[in-house]
Design a protein around this ligand. Structure first.
Ligand SMILES: [Zn+2]
Ligand SMILES: [Zn+2]
Length: 255
């Protein structure tokens, strides 16, 4: 998933032209469907002379990712790619720019996996001064009083691969504006499989829906067991609610 305004990619499952300019890439975990685009990305950045870039990953995965990138560069018999792999742990943060911060949290997948929150650090007038006019505020500021404060607004959460437990552990996920979440399995008989491998089932999202104050839900990662057309219909039937989050389905058919 690309956020071009921040030159940020959340996972790198496929080689994409639009992925090449990204300078920050989070690789949530070591499964191929989340990192297969990494080598083409690094190689293209090298070819196009696009300058240094960073990959953030769970500590256990970082050495392997570095080896993968080194191997790619070696096979091309060129210089090492200008990409630095940085291990990040749950609770750590990366400051993308002064007003935008990434913060990492664990998900409930069957291998160490990072979820990512994007927070906007907004400067705003202190609430107790809200009723005052411009002139009064100016006088207070000149008298040395701090009239603004910094608040953090959770803009987006990317859950990567995860079962539903994280939705109730990280309470802010019910408030984040955009929740990007997998919806891998739909059928009742796949309930057990979803639980065993730490994946979200449609039923998990249906249960979370009444708790959600999110403006958007972006759903992805549909299992290849499903056909896209009927699956899209089922997901909308179960999750579309008047006044609920807007649904955006990013699933694509296996080419
Ligand atoms: Zn996975
Ligand atoms: Zn996956």
């Amino acid at each position: 998933m690309l956020l071009p305004q921040l030159r940020l990619s959340l996972d790198a499952g496929f080689p994409l032209r639009a992925f090449v300019p990204m300078e920050h890439v989070v690789v949530s975990h070591g499964h191929t469907d989340h990192l297969a685009g990494l080598l083409p990305w690094a190689a293209q950045r090298q070819l196009q002379n696009l300058g240094p870039a960073r990959v953030y990953s769970p500590p256990a995965l970082a050495p392997d990712l570095q080896r993968l990138l080194d191997l790619g560069a070696a096979m091309e018999q060129g210089k090492p790619y200008p990409v630095k792999v940085e291990p990040v742990s749950p609770g750590e943060q990366v400051i993308l720019r002064p007003d935008m911060v990434l913060r990492f949290f664990p998900t409930t997948h069957w291998t160490p996996t990072l979820g990512v929150g994007l927070f906007w650090r907004k400067r705003q007038l202190k609430p107790e001064l809200a009723g005052l006019g411009g002139e009064e505020i100016r006088q207070l500021r000149e008298s040395g009083l701090e009239v603004v404060e910094t608040v953090e607004v959770p803009l987006l959460a990317y859950l990567a691969d995860s079962g539903p437990e994280v939705l109730y552990r990280e309470h802010w996920l019910a408030q984040v504006e955009v929740l990007v979440v997998e919806c891998t399995f739909l059928r009742p008989q796949d309930r057990e499989r979803a639980k065993r491998f730490g994946h979200m089932h449609l039923d998990d999202l249906r249960q979370f829906l009444p708790h959600s104050h999110n403006r958007h839900w972006v759903l992805m990662h549909l299992s290849r067991r499903h056909r896209l057309g009927p699956a899209t219909k089922t997901i909308r039937q179960v999750l579309a609610r008047e006044g609920g989050p807007h649904l955006h389905l990013l699933n694509v058919e296996w080419p």
